[in-house]
Every structure is written in C-alpha cells, then in structure tokens.
Design a binder for this molecule. Sequence first.
Ligand code: PAF
Length: 278
Amino acid sequence: MEIITDIPSLRLRLKSEHYVVFVPTMGNLHEGHLSLIQIAKQRSGCLVASIFVNRLQFGETRDFDQYPRTLIEDFKFLENHGVDVVFAPTEKDIYPVLQEFVIEPPPLANILEGEFRPGFFSGVATLVLKLFNLVQPQLVIFGKKDYQQLCVIREMIRQLNLSIEIDEGETVRTSDGLALSSRNRFLNGEERTEAACLFQVLSKIKLEIETGNKNFEELQNTARETLISRGWDVDYIALRQGNTLAPAQINNGALVVLGAAKLGKTRLIDNLEISVEI
Ligand code: PAF
C-alpha cells in the first residue's frame, strides 16, 4: 500500500489508472469502514481510501479537536484489508487558502442533520467534491449509516453531472444493535449499554409500519418520549421518504426512519429503511 500525503504525488500515482474506486473517510477506522472497503474490493481496479478530518464540516464546536486521530492504526488497517493507495493530506494541502468557493447544497441538506448542524453538508459536499477532483474515481462508496449524507452526495453527483457511480454500504452494528461510529468511544459503560435503545426505538417503528400501523405521528412521538424518559436529549425522530427525505407519505413503499439524540455528551445518529407493501 502506498501512503501519499501531497496532491502532486497523488495525481502522478493515479494518472495511469483506468478504474479507480474511492472510499473517503475521516479515519479512526472500524468494521463499518471495512464493509465499505469490502464492497470496493469486489470491483477490480485501484482502491483508494482517504483520511482527512475536515474542519469545514465541524462548525464552531470542539468536536473537530476531539475527533479521534489514529493515523498509524488506520494505515495498518487499510494495508491489512488490501487498499492500494491511502491519501492522507494535511490541512494545508486541502485548504492552502481560505476556502471561499463552497458547495451550497439543496434544501435536502437543511433539514434533520442540517437543522441541528448548520453548514455541515456544505462542508461535507465541498470537501467531497475536492476529493473527487483530486482522486478522479469512477466509483465511490458511502455508508448508509450517514443516510442523509449519502442522499446529499448522490444528489450532488446527479445535479453537477459528475461522471461517478455511487454505491452504498449497509450500517454495521454490534450484537445489541448499536451502529458502529467513531463517537461510540466517548460513551461510558452505562451509556454504552443504554445506547442500543436508539436502534430499539427505530426498530419498533419499522416493525409497526411493516405490519400495517399507519399512525406515523404517534409512532414518532412514542419513540421520542421513550428516549426522553430514559435520559436522552432528542434532536429528532423522523419518518421520511427514502432518498428525498420529504415527510413520509402513507402510500409510499420506501421509507426511512432517522433518529439523532444525545446521551450525556455524545450525540448519536442512526436510521433504518422501511419497506411497505402498497
Ligand atoms: O462520512 C465521513 O466520514 C465524512 O463526512 C466524509 C464523507 C469523509 C467527508 O469528510
């Protein structure tokens, strides 16, 4: 595996590649990332992963400084799993000057995560477009764990006519259902046990709807109240149309329920797709 940290070397290395598959990450890699790499590996071509903690998507909070940086372990992880090239640039490489040109994502990016993290998707989309321009992949892999991010990137590829195919990886969970995330390491013992409850309330909504319950409002409220009564600080529990994330319609077959809530200081997000017979 080659580790490349600057843009000229990356361009030189990838110049003669005909088919590049790309998995962008912020590092602190876990089995969730591995599932994306495994999807990428099914396609023959040059497999590139990036590691870059993107200040632009963090806003004013201290989350950027607190994001776990585990570069050495991450390099080993990527090497062990057959990645060909890892691109790990510094901030100066990616943002040598103040990034004044930014992507203004569609209204899809202003709801849910966008409402609670203003500017988040603009920061993600701007960085991701820069990475696409640098790596020039034919195929990119994103995880469903960040469902709204996947929708925003898919829409950016479509509306900006990028010649890139996008594939998606299922969310990877621990045995009690908790979605893998680099944030899980901030949970203390008691919080870690409780954390699976977010998956449980979303699962209950999924089961209810798949077995005929159409009272969406009540289902969302019950889930929210359950979490609040157990000490969570809930940002949203929202039933939406798949892909567009418009409010869920009873007569639509593909729905998704998304949730975001804080347990102590740790904010967790999760989602489950729901298919309804119509
Ligand atoms: O999902 C992530 O890890 C990040 O948002 C991404 C896509 C690597 C952009 O910084």
